[in-house]
Design a protein around this ligand. Structure first.
Ligand code: NAG
Ligand code: NAG
Ligand code: NAG
Ligand code: NAG
Ligand code: NAG
Length: 491
């Protein structure tokens, strides 16, 4: 052994000894955290989690129908009817941003087949319009405006195309459709959601869509995208166009039981499946007006109705996709902009203050001991996903509860909010809320967010108890809230 090697060995021994000494010194104070519980499958992907936390997103139906006063165009429209002389996508994005919306989805092509971008595979597009002298690209302007404001974009490309002569010729049309998907997903940067539906007239030409090819192509071109359809694979349709989820709403379902355009499964879509093997949360699409496209004769829904939709969608574990159609000028009508702002203000008024905060909170049991980890206090912090209350394993099979006790004052509220730590799976099957021993609300699933407006209106109580009656495995509750909704006046 050379003396050089010996010296090195000697040094390394010294360092090792010092290191072990340091570990020993640290030992008495070192508290090892209790590990989080095992998840219950299936789990959301990170793109699905990101989508879920958006809560409110926007749809924009815009195209030749805007100019012909129709909902389903025939495909025979002259492209020159499309002429939004005052089109200003900054105005669209500004309206969305003021409403706290972080994702906007545009109908790049509706059933009439007219393309809002200059697709090189058809002549039925903005190229044939007088708008911007035939050099316009609505998709490009939309994406540019959104990205400049930090708002994400999504696109809808209707499978049913009433204009294109290839429709009904299986291979030719699927090739055409895939060509357009490639244009949209290659040209405009990152796209966060793509929307497919099975909508089709009863007399429409028969056509087999190669959904598996389409979905594979989408995932190849966009890594963080969520694919929406009746059957997912990432986000499912809720089964109606009223914006209402089932009062039971699982994010889990069996994809193998779903088929795009199958009207017989709407109940299953609406409620999901507690035994479902796929994480496929529901999106609630509804228009701020009666129609999806802008019509001069229509007006936006009243605030009260929008709030009702919010409680039945976001308040039932879903994302609300609210359609706000630009008008003939190419702008979102001022009445709709004002209603959106009112809607956001109302949501903030109700939920900005959590009346449970600053009070005492305790639980039936707690995973691990001490201050850290999984204590009841976690339900009152700002994190609604990764810090949570977990009961003790030993208590499996028992009822679990968490209780807020007013400190120096009674708790006065008419809305209750509960959220599960869905990053570890959706679990709760049945829950009840008690105010001073009297039941004031009950429900089945919770999921990412469950809201209850109290039937009896404002309740005053010194103690409010959230009881989990039944769950898949142990329940994990990430947040609770007691709120006052000044717009809620039950009879
Ligand atoms: C379907 O076709 C029949 C016969 O041509 C017609 O009477 C009916 O109105 C059509 N229905 C729709 C929805 O277009
Ligand atoms: C489409 O195909 C189905 C099944 O093959 C058939 O029952 C139906 O009549 C067809 N519809 C049209 C419009 O051709
Ligand atoms: C969904 O799949 C699971 C696992 O195969 C099964 O236990 C469950 O019954 C299925 N749900 C329905 C509604 O068939
Ligand atoms: C579209 O909305 C804008 C903003 O409210 C309004 O100035 C314009 O007149 C509207 N266009 C039509 C055709 O109603
Ligand atoms: C609840 O308390 C508020 C004040 O905190 C009071 O105005 C209201 O009358 C009380 N309601 C009931 C039903 O006791």
């Amino acid at each position: 052994m050379s003396s050089k090697t010996q010296k090195t060995l000697c040094f390394s021994h010294l360092f090792l000894a010092l290191f072990l000494q340091a570990l020993k010194l640290g030992e008495p104070n070192r508290e090892v955290a209790v590990a989080p519980p095992l998840p219950i499958l299936p789990l959301p992907s990170s793109s699905q989690l990101k989508w879920q936390r958006r809560e409110l997103i926007m749809f924009l139906h815009f195209g030749v129908n805007t100019f012909t006063d129709s909902e389903w165009g025939t495909g025979t429209e002259d492209p020159s009817v499309f002429n939004p002389v005052g089109l200003d996508t900054d105005q669209w994005v500004d309206a969305a941003a003021r409403a706290g919306i972080s994702l906007m989805i545009l109908t790049a092509k509706h059933h009439d087949g007219f393309c809002l971008w200059p697709s090189k595979y058809t002549d039925h597009s903005v190229l044939g319009s007088h708008w911007r002298s035939g050099n316009g690209d609505v998709v490009m302007e939309f994406v540019g405006a959104a990205k400049a404001r930090g708002v994400d974009v999504g696109l809808y490309l209707s499978p049913w195309d009433r204009h294109d002569v290839r429709y009904g010729k299986e291979i030719a049309y699927n090739e055409y459709y895939l060509a357009q998907l490639q244009e949209l997903l290659n040209r405009y940067g990152s796209v966060e959601e793509i929307w497919f539906d099975g909508a089709k007239g009863s007399n429409a030409t028969n056509m087999t869509y190669y959904f598996e090819d389409w979905f594979s192509m989408v995932k190849e071109l966009q890594s963080s995208i969520n694919i929406f359809s009746d059957a997912g694979p990432d986000v499912r349709w809720v089964g109606d166009e009223e914006g209402f989820a089932g009062s039971t709403c699982w994010s889990t379902i069996n994809r193998t039981s779903l088929r795009i355009g199958d009207g017989s499964i709407v109940g299953y879509l609406n409620e999901g499946d507690p035994r479902g093997v796929d994480w496929l949360p529901a999106e609630c699409d509804v228009s701020i007006r009666t129609g999806w496209f802008w019509h001069k004769s229509e007006t936006p829904k009243p605030l009260k109705q929008l709030l009702n939709i919010y409680y039945h969608s976001v308040g039932r574990n879903c994302v609300l996709l609210l359609n706000v159609p630009p008008n003939k000028t190419g702008l979102i009508q001022d009445t709709d902009v004002q209603r959106l702002i009112e809607f956001r203000k109302a949501i903030d008024t109700i939920f900005a203050i959590n009346l449970a905060e600053g009070n005492a909170v305790k639980a039936s049991s707690q995973r691990g001991g001490g201050q850290g980890g999984f204590g009841a206090v976690n339900v009152l912090d700002d994190d609604h996903l990764w810090t949570y209350w977990a009961p003790n394993e030993g208590n499996a099979g028992n009822e679990h509860w968490i209780e807020v006790e007013g400190v120096g004052r009674s708790l006065s509220f008419n809305v209750v909010r509960i959220q599960e730590a869905i990053g570890l799976g959706q679990r709760v099957k049945n829950h009840e809320i008690y105010a001073d021993g009297k039941r004031v609300a009950k429900g089945t699933t919770i999921g990412y967010k469950r809201l209850h407006r109290l039937e009896e209106g404002v309740v005053n109580a010194s103690k409010v108890r959230f009881v989990i009656k039944d769950s898949r495995g142990l329940p994990l509750i990430s947040s609770i809230g007691l709120h006052f909704d000044p717009f809620w006046h039950p009879k």
